[in-house]
Design a protein around this ligand. Structure first.
Ligand SMILES: Cc1cc2nc3c(=O)[nH]c(=O)nc-3n(C[C@H](O)[C@H](O)[C@H](O)COP(=O)(O)OP(=O)(O)OC[C@H]3O[C@@H](n4cnc5c(N)ncnc54)[C@H](O)[C@@H]3O)c2cc1C
Length: 364
């Protein structure tokens, strides 16, 4: 059956794009290979931090602008998806904290940069921090409140699937190879296959292993309400408390390893838990509910690849650490490109041409 759009990949990016395309009246089929362990799909493992402020890093100005634009769409995105499920969008904010003097010195450089961009970030002393979040360890030296929020990626994926189905999107359980893309009976093919995108397109998308723990509070309450990201004796860690109704889940993460295996290791678990307990001692009482491993679809410049690869082929991949945050802006801009043939201004810096032209992955 001929369709307007075939989307390859059924993570948050694939389903968000499929949904937006269907809302524009296009007929859409999603081809998704179900991994042997579905919880290993990046969208199932992600913590769900929506962090344009705390993840605004030196030398990534274009990416920061895209993250900020997508964060601004998130409240509306969550509301639109509400009939299909609560996606756990929560606006309590993020505390970025530093345990020791050395941690503080390192963190403060970044806070100064983030403040200089005009992003919502307020530096706080130790007393003000603990007043906001009494669960923090009394040794925490200082920190900042960032206007960064969170959503629950597992709930998001479920809601997007339901919204896409309601909009008429068909789903086919099939792993496609690169040659099969040209055989698909579709006017446009959108590759949104996360780490599988490299084999389909030849673009430089590589898996970056991330280990994450899911803890569960004994009384069903996480014990703190902000997302907490921090430095603890040189180790980086985050703790994400979920909404009421999630059984007191706290996500603790994450490693960043240039590895392709999916094995959770004792060493990484130890380091993550030690850093987490150093910042929020009460999580030592929580049950360990899951150790999971996912692979972020990384690119040479840490930014996504969004745009046209050929007349018929469009890519929406390489979202690395930001696929949950970038889902709304990716879906809107890719659907617009597919429907109108025009590349929206917002994604002009992120087209695949930057890798095709230079060959070394550098952006101009
Ligand atoms: C540990 C960890 C923590 C993270 N934390 C955050 C966070 O806090 N905030 C945030 O914004 N992002 C976070 N991310 C990043 C985010 O998870 C990813 O950027 C995002 O999920 C990518 O979504 P995707 O749909 O492109 O890929 P995926 O979710 O991996 O989905 C790709 C789908 O394509 C399918 N597929 C692959 N190849 C083929 C093929 N050939 N044919 C058919 N189907 C195929 C796969 O089976 C899969 O179902 C995190 C990631 C990890 C691993």
């Amino acid at each position: 059956m001929t369709v307007d759009v075939a989307v390859v990949g059924g993570g948050v990016i694939g389903f968000a794009v499929a949904w937006r395309c269907a809302q524009r009246g296009l007929s859409v089929t999603v081809f998704d290979h179900q991994p042997a362990a579905p919880e290993q799909r990046a969208s199932q493992v992600a913590a769900g931090m929506l962090g344009p402020v705390s993840e605004a890093y030196f030398g990534e100005a274009d990416l920061t602008a895209l993250l900020v634009a997508s964060a601004a769409q998130w409240a509306g995105f969550a509301t639109e998806l509400a009939p299909f499920g609560d996606v756990g969008y929560r606006t309590d904010g993020t505390l970025v904290v530093a345990l020791t003097a050395d941690d503080h010195a390192e963190a403060a450089r970044l806070w100064t940069y983030q403040e200089s961009l005009g992003l919502p970030m307020t530096v706080l002393g130790a007393a003000a921090l603990r007043e906001r979040e009494p669960a923090l360890h009394p040794r925490v030296r200082g920190g900042a409140l960032a206007g960064d929020y969170q959503a629950d990626p597992r709930r998001l994926l479920r809601a997007l699937r339901a919204a896409a189905a309601a909009a008429g999107v068909r789903v086919v359980d099939r792993r496609l190879s690169a040659p099969e893309l040209s055989e698909l009976d579709a006017a446009t093919v959108v590759v949104a296959a996360g780490c599988g995108s490299a084999a389909l397109t030849g673009l430089p998308v590589r898996p970056v292993k991330g280990q994450v723990l899911r803890l569960r509070a004994p009384d069903g309450e996480p014990g703190f309400r902000h997302v907490i990201r921090g430095w603890a004796d040189g180790r980086r860690v985050y703790l994400v408390p979920r909404t009421a109704g999630s059984g007191g889940e706290v996500v603790v993460g994450a490693t960043e390893e240039e590895l392709t295996d999916a094995v959770p290791t004792a060493g990484a678990t130890l380091e993550l838990l030690r850093a987490a307990v150093d910042l929020v001692p009460s999580v030592a009482e929580h049950a360990v509910a899951e150790l999971c491993v996912g692979h972020r679809p990384g690119t040479p410049d840490n930014a996504p690849i969004l745009g046209r690869l050929s007349d018929r082929l469009v890519v929406a991949t390489g979202h690395y650490r930001h696929g949950i945050l970038l889902a709304p802006v990716t879906a809107d801009t890719i659907a617009e490109l597919v429907a109108t043939g025009e590349t929206p201004e917002l994604i002009a810096p992120f087209t695949p041409a930057r890798f095709r032209a230079g060959g070394d992955g550098a952006r101009s």
